[in-house]
Design a protein around this ligand. Structure first.
Ligand SMILES: [Zn+2]
Ligand SMILES: [Zn+2]
Length: 667
């Protein structure tokens, strides 16, 4: 059978795919073939066949152009206790494995083992994997035991470890929808802005092809966390029952906080994310509910909806193409913004149209950049891109270079070391928190600054633990440090993680100097407020801003010069005089600066025909558009791109340049 004959979706595809699978993997004693989300899962009774025929499985994936995973039939898997015993007997003497670090995934038929030396445990050519599969029917995955552990994540994961059966049922429903027959076919490509257009916050973009509808991000405005901070889910084009897929670019509140609400409205489809985004977003959503409750705002949703969303999460690694609807394929690529953050590449209709949604991204040239970087820069090479949705947070002005920002911050630390004041740095739990910890701890290690205690409060610790679980996703120097030198740059000799009220009191009452990193970054809530209230009146103290502040937030108002603010104390409003020094250090941003955005366009391959600007205040987007218009030749475009700055609720219809494809989309 030639490859062209197998269609990419629909009943016919399924029938042909199953026939092909039986032909190629017959020797594995197949018991069933299932379409679990975008993956085709083949359950077999002869586990040895899987390892002996990995080449055949790869071949099959190529023929079908889908992800094919082969799993053992649950009936041939040994009981858990017996499997743990079997594995423990095989652990070499110089490798440490705790029996409680052996976990099972019934859905995937995997046994996961955490070890201090994963390579040593696996043995030559991953011999152990073969042995465990043959001996127990479980597929062995070995992970490095992270130097820090996220206790909160472990406990919510346990709480949510959604019954395997329910998750499996959800995946099969999702598979049914992805591989359905086309109902009307791809008729057009429309982009509808539901949030995050001409503003920063509540990111949500609907992509509509006539056949299917995909939502990119579901965020809330960080400055208004109530109903008014939501995207326009009331728009007539948006109906949860018509939605094929939700794709989340990264775990920041302005991209993910509204996700559980979709489940409250009745959405039951897939949520595509990278594995670190899955973990971090679970922390963020749990924290979001907790904070709303504690601050008396009342929450828009509960853990019930978060749990529902987790049942339908489909984790996808970078650079893997997956089907999300019969006419839409998704690829996540590194965005360099936070751990697991991604740019979203959407392919519509077999070869008709390609959209790249950068979401929040950090682009820089490794060769010329001299900053301390935790993450590698965003990708700039693609197969095809016709329309680009580009963020423009820093589209208007160029902050100072990263290097200068770093030295500014370090000199503030020297200053408090001599005055014995305290330095309060509000940060988001994800991204800047880890950036600053890395910077300060590496400076301490090379004795570039005096030893000062660093108190870290809020979700930062938990998220940092996750950064240490995915060292392979960090920038090369950091990765090498962690993997080969066993160093943990997030945990320095003076780092103190604040995990209870008494530690917080210690940080507040200690005679300085001290550095305090606390959430939230825009001072809209969280422990940073407690510190601020206690530190504001002392002129020896310093408040340093190192992140973007949305208009209207306490952080923005202070940065713009307000020195008398209202805060809540024991449920009552009171006036607070701010005498502490306030410094804004620009240049640390996890977003591309103006020049980096232009550089990204210059190096981006291939060049898009449409450039749609979002995620920025109007003045920033206008200024960026102007620069692109003036310098498209320098940016190596062959013809001037069409630059569009939509408002929320506006919809755009997009056409390919190619006339034949254009005809195909002229509904
Ligand atoms: Zn972000
Ligand atoms: Zn954002």
């Amino acid at each position: 059978m030639s490859n062209q004959e197998i269609p990419e979706y629909g009943e016919e595809f399924r029938k042909r795919a199953i026939a092909e699978i039986y032909k190629v993997l017959g020797g594995a004693e197949i018991s069933t073939v299932e379409f679990e989300g975008p993956e085709i899962a083949v359950y077999v009774k002869n586990p040895k066949f899987i390892l002996e025929n990995e080449e055949k499985i790869r071949e099959l994936a190529k023929i079908l152009r889908k992800r094919v995973v082969v799993r053992t039939d649950p009936r041939v898997r040994k009981p858990r206790e017996e499997t743990i015993e079997y594995i423990m007997k095989l652990v070499p003497e110089d490798v440490i494995v705790n029996p409680e670090d052996i976990q099972f995934d019934e859905v995937l038929g995997e046994v996961r083992v955490l070890a201090d030396k994963p390579g040593k445990l696996l043995g030559k050519g991953a011999a152990l994997r073969y042995q465990v599969l043959a001996g127990t029917g479980w597929r062995l995955e070995v992970y490095r035991k992270p130097p820090m552990a996220s206790k909160i994540l472990e406990s919510i994961m346990r709480h949510l470890t959604v019954a395997s059966a329910e998750r499996k049922k959800a995946l099969m429903e999702i598979g049914d929808r992805i591989y359905r027959d086309l109902v009307i076919g791809t008729k057009y490509v429309r982009i509808i802005g539901l949030g995050g257009f001409s503003e920063v916050g509540r990111a949500a973009i609907l992509i509509d092809t006539g056949e299917s509808r995909v939502l990119l991000d579901a965020g809330m405005s960080p400055s208004t966390m109530g109903q008014e901070g939501l995207p326009s889910f009331f728009a007539p084009e948006f109906r949860v029952e018509d939605l094929d897929a939700v794709i989340i670019s990264h775990s920041h509140i302005d991209h993910v906080a509204a996700l559980p609400l979709l489940f409250k409205y009745g959405y039951r489809g897939p949520v595509f994310v990278t594995p670190p985004t899955r973990d971090i977003m679970l922390l963020m959503l749990t924290d979001f509910i907790e904070l709303s409750r504690r601050e008396g705002r009342g929450s828009l949703y509960t853990m019930k909806e978060v749990a529902l969303a987790m049942t339908r999460v489909v984790p996808v690694n970078y650079n893997v193409v997956v089907d999300v609807a019969p006419d839409v394929k998704l690829t996540f690529v590194n965005a360099g913004h936070t751990l697991g953050s991604s740019m979203v590449h959407i392919h519509v209709g077999q070869g008709l149209f390609n959209i790249l949604y950068t979401s929040d991204m950090k682009y820089y040239r490794i060769k010329t950049d001299r900053g301390t970087r935790l993450l590698p820069p965003a990708n700039d090479e693609f197969h095809r891109v016709e329309a680009l949705i580009l963020e423009g947070t820093y589209g208007a002005k160029e902050p100072q270079p990263r290097e200068k920002a770093e030295s500014d911050l370090l000199s503030l630390i020297e200053k408090i070391a001599s005055t014995k004041g305290k330095l309060l740095i509000p940060v988001m739990a994800v991204g800047r928190g880890q950036d600053i910890l890395y910077l300060v701890n590496t400076a301490l290690a090379r004795k570039a600054i005096p030893e000062v205690p660093i108190y870290v409060d809020g979700m930062i610790y938990e998220v940092t633990a996750l950064y240490s679980e995915y060292p392979e996703l960090l920038a090369k120097p950091v990765r090498d440090l962690m993997l080969y030198q066993g160093d943990n740059p997030f945990l320095g000799p003076t780092t103190i993680y604040v995990n209870d009220e008494s530690k917080r009191q210690e940080a507040i009452e200690s005679q300085g100097p001290a550095i305090i990193l606390a959430t939230s970054g825009m001072m809209t809530g969280g422990p940073v407020i407690e510190y601020f209230k206690n530190m504001a009146e002392d002129p020896e103290n310093i408040l340093a801003f190192v992140t973007y502040q949305a208009p209207g937030t306490l952080a923005r108002r202070l940065a713009e010069g307000e020195r008398e603010v209202e805060v809540y104390e024991d449920g009552r409003q009171k006036k607070l005089k701010v005498n502490m020094e306030i410094v804004s250090i620009e240049g640390f941003t996890g977003h591309s600066t103006r020049s980096e955005l232009l550089q990204f366009l210059r190096y981006l391959k291939p060049k898009p025909r449409n450039v749609i600007l979002n995620h920025g205040e109007p003045s920033a987007l206008l200024s960026l558009a102007q620069s692109i218009k003036e310098s498209w030749q320098k940016l190596l475009f062959e013809t001037p791109p069409e630059i569009i700055i939509p408002e929320n609720l506006e919809s755009l219809r997009l056409y390919p340049r190619n006339t034949k494809m254009r005809l195909a989309l002229s509904y």
